[in-house]
Structure formats: C-alpha cells, structure tokens
Design a binder for this molecule. Structure first.
Ligand code: FE
Length: 193
C-alpha cells in the first residue's frame, strides 16, 4: 500500500490537537476544518485500497484510529446513487470532499419531530463540512452522482466505528446504530515518510 506524507501530517496534527488541554469546541473545530482543507486540497495520497466501492453498501475504510480513541479518520466511498440513512455522530466531525461530490441534508429535532435544517447542500472537491452536537449533528448524506463513485474523508472526535449512536426515521423515531468499518486493516502510516 503506497501513500505519501499528507495523511501522516494530518494524523500528526490531529494528535497534537487532541493532546491540547482547555480548548473549547469552536477552537477544536476551527483547527480540524483548516487541517481537513489542507488534506483534501490535493487528491494524490489516498491508497487505492481505500478507494474501493461496493455495489451494495457505501464503504467506510478506516485510515487511522487513535490508540486512545480520541479521533478516527475514515475514507467514505459512495457507489453510484448510494447514501446514508438520517443519522447522528455524538462527537465533533469534519467531512472533506476528495473526489466527486456529495449532497448533505441537515436535520434538527423540534419538539418530538425531526425537521429539515436548511436546504440540501452539495459538497465539491476541496470543501469541508462540520458536524457536532453543538452546531448540528443530524444529517443524511448521498453521492451526488448516479453514474460514478465519490469519496469523502471524515475525521471524528472519537472512534466513530464503535460509538453507540442513532439512525432516525422521517417521523423522528430512532434506533441504535454502531457503524463499524468496512476494512479490518489500517494502512501502515509509519512506512510513508
Ligand atoms: Fe454523518
């Protein structure tokens, strides 16, 4: 598996960030946003194994999991027309568009109902979107294309594959959800510099 140092630089920056004490969430998200923009500004680093789509399910390839579960980095690969159910995260997160485009619809809970929060937005390569329980944590994401695959890079403030969270139906009903990961092997970052 080949890669270059962009992912390692990003992981190092995230590690330094989660080690800093006393930062509020806004400061954390500002740094995550800036580093994610750098990471997805150039599309020359994602190992081909982490770009693979699946005809049935969108793929969540773990790129790096912090050994202390403070953050995780995932390559989301959408096959043509694939998308998520409405879901939350429970931790901060950033989505950086790397290849193709995806559409995101945000939701918020109003009383006992789930309502759309703004218009569906399209994320283009190089753009970044943020989520968190503070700034809005519920959304649905789909590949903007019915003909080709799309890839976005996600970072979360926890081990997202293992976090107990929820999917929502249109009426606001919830069911428990643990996403897991599509792969079982992470890339060897220590060989890339
Ligand atoms: Fe999400």
């Amino acid at each position: 598996m080949s890669t270059n140092s962009r992912l390692l630089d990003f992981v190092a920056a995230m590690t330094r960030l989660v080690e800093r004490q006393g930062l509020d969430e806004a400061a954390v998200l500002a740094e995550v946003d800036s580093r994610m923009r750098e990471l997805v500004a150039v599309d020359d680093w994602l190992p081909v194994e982490m770009t693979r789509s699946d005809p049935k399910h969108y793929q969540q390839h773990l790129l790096y999991g912090d050994p202390l579960d403070r953050f995780s980095v995932v390559s989301f690969v959408w096959g043509p027309g694939q998308g998520t159910p409405i879901h939350n995260h429970t931790v901060w997160g950033a989505i950086g568009m790397l290849r193709g485009a995806e559409c995101g619809q945000r939701y918020r809970v109003q009383g006992s109902e789930l309502v759309e929060d703004g218009e569906e937005a399209t994320l283009q390569p190089g753009q970044v979107e943020l989520v968190s329980p503070t700034i809005g944590d519920i959304h649905r994401v789909r590949n903007a294309s019915r003909d080709s695959s799309a890839i976005s890079i996600h970072v979360y403030g926890g081990n997202i594959g293992r976090i107990a969270r929820h999917v929502f139906d249109a009426s606001g009903g919830t069911r428990p959800f643990v996403s897991g990961y599509s792969n079982t092997l992470a890339p060897n970052l220590w060989n890339s510099k």
